[in-house]
Design a protein around this ligand. Sequence first.
Ligand code: ZN
Length: 132
Amino acid sequence: MERVEIRTKESTELIDITREVKGIISSKRVDSGVCVVFTKHTTAGTIINENEAGLKNDILKLLNELIPKGKGYLHDRIDNNAHSHLRAVVLGSSVTIPIENCALALGTWQSIMFVECDGPRRREVCVAVIEG
Ligand code: ZN
């Protein structure tokens, strides 16, 4: 398993990690298999979507509207970041991408993005490869 280190700058932020994951996959020389991109954090997520500036803002706005900060969440009594955890729940912690001919089989407009929900922080994403 490999790791990608990320330093986030905002409280909520989308960070494209496609290039880093592609670099790991090409170094593995796995002809066919599956790549799992996973974050161990409880206030961050991993998604696949289009890396377009307007859409990235739309996604952040959606998270804000769906799960606003400070809505009387119980976890806020001890940590004041319940909205960050809840956003991470909705996003999910991992994505799975097929590997074909030693490369990620991503669609033309698909990018792998780390979603910070409680930044800024130092974060880590695990990249595991299963051959088969
Ligand atoms: Zn918390």
